[in-house]
Design a protein around this ligand. Structure first.
Ligand SMILES: Cc1cc2nc3c(=O)[nH]c(=O)nc-3n(C[C@H](O)[C@H](O)[C@H](O)COP(=O)(O)OP(=O)(O)OC[C@H]3O[C@@H](n4cnc5c(N)ncnc54)[C@H](O)[C@@H]3O)c2cc1C
Length: 309
């Protein structure tokens, strides 16, 4: 029986694991990948390495420590978590992996992040991470006096356009036919006021052109109008993310989209389970946020275990 199992090896899960190891807990990290989204790298033309603090640099120390200690981690997908109660009424948890293993633990941290569907647009695959990326929030400050395109129809896309508009000379929000930005929300109203934002609604994304990087998107317009060619320095696909929380569905409280509800100490509605990072309702998808939340979750689970010793 482990003291603690951490599910997910992104920044939140890696930091939680290292904190727990330093507190001499018998901890196991179960994760599909080590590094999480910090392994994804986006490059934009004219933006040098020195302009960016890469998430990867921030977490490499933690990653090396875990990678070195092979007994502390397992590269596997978790499919389900179940609760068991001891005779004394203390909960413990069975973590089932896709490989059919059953791992037992007194406490759990869910740090499984959220996933994005890869863009299904003609020509996008060729330029993914080369001019086409996600996470406008992470790169917005680098678009000073540049042009950026945001592709998406939901709240996330509108928010990304706003973030980019703070720095960029011109922002295009391309809202595909599947649905226009939610009218009447404060964000959409704010977009309407900005002179450097152009919204093209009910459009189709017909292709990308470029060289080493994507430089241009071909936008199909409704009403039989001529397609528009929009040139930009970066293209952000900002579709809604999906929290990877199915393995604890029914065990912890989640919001309508599946994000795990946590309190200010990262505790969930289930005693013995904490959650951290992008999988939670905390939001603000940033490495530094995930790192801090992971540390908090580990300390909260340490307290939980000490109180029940
Ligand atoms: C393209 C891109 C660029 C970004 N650039 C920056 C940046 O420059 N700066 C910045 O601060 N932020 C950046 N971000 C955001 C940042 O990467 C995330 O906020 C951060 O990685 C979240 O950390 P996390 O640990 O919560 O989740 P993640 O990093 O998503 O890690 C989740 C982990 O859980 C694992 N997992 C998922 N499901 C399961 C399962 N069922 N079983 C086992 N393991 C599972 C995954 O394999 C992964 O290892 C970027 C995001 C993207 C998408």
């Amino acid at each position: 029986m482990h003291d603690l199992i951490v599910i997910g090896g992104g920044p939140a899960g890696m930091v939680a694991t290292v904190y727990a190891m330093r507190q001499r807990l018998n901890v196991l990290l179960v994760t599909e990948t080590l590094g999480g989204k910090t392994e994804i790298r986006c490059e934009f033309p004219g933006i040098g390495e020195t302009s960016v603090i890469r998430g990867r640099q921030l977490v490499d120390r933690f990653k090396n420590e875990i990678a070195y200690l092979r007994i502390a981690h397992r590269l596997e997908r978790v499919s389900r978590v179940e609760r068991r109660d001891s005779k004394q009424g203390h909960p413990s948890f069975t973590v089932r992996t896709a490989g059919g293993e059953e791992l037992e633990s007194r406490a759990l941290i869910v740090a499984s992040g959220c996933s994005f569907k890869p863009p299904q647009m003609p020509g996008a695959g060729r330029y993914l991470s080369k001019g086409i990326g996600y996470s406008a929030l992470s790169y917005a400050h680098l678009f000073l006096d540049r042009t950026a395109v945001v592709i998406g129809s939901g709240r996330r896309a509108v928010r990304s356009a706003l973030q980019l508009a703070n720095s960029a000379r011109q922002v295009y929000l391309l809202a595909p036919a599947a649905g226009a930005p939610p009218d009447g929300t404060p964000l959409t109203e704010a977009l309407g006021d900005l002179e450097n934002v152009t919204v093209l609604e009910n459009c189709t994304i017909d292709g990308f052109n470029g060289d080493e990087y994507a430089r241009e998107v071909v936008v199909g317009l409704p009403g039989g109008r001529q397609p528009q060619h929009v040139q930009a320095d970066g293209f952000f696909v900002e579709s809604e993310a999906e929290p990877c929380s199915e393995m604890v569905a029914g065990l912890v409280e989640r919001d309508a989209r599946g994000y795990i509800l946590v309190d200010s100490r990262n505790l969930t509605s289930q005693a013995g389970i904490a959650a951290a990072g992008d999988v939670t309702t905390v939001g603000h998808e940033q490495v530094l946020v995930a790192v801090g939340e992971g540390a908090k979750a580990a300390l909260s689970m340490l307290e939980h275990l000490l109180e029940r010793r």
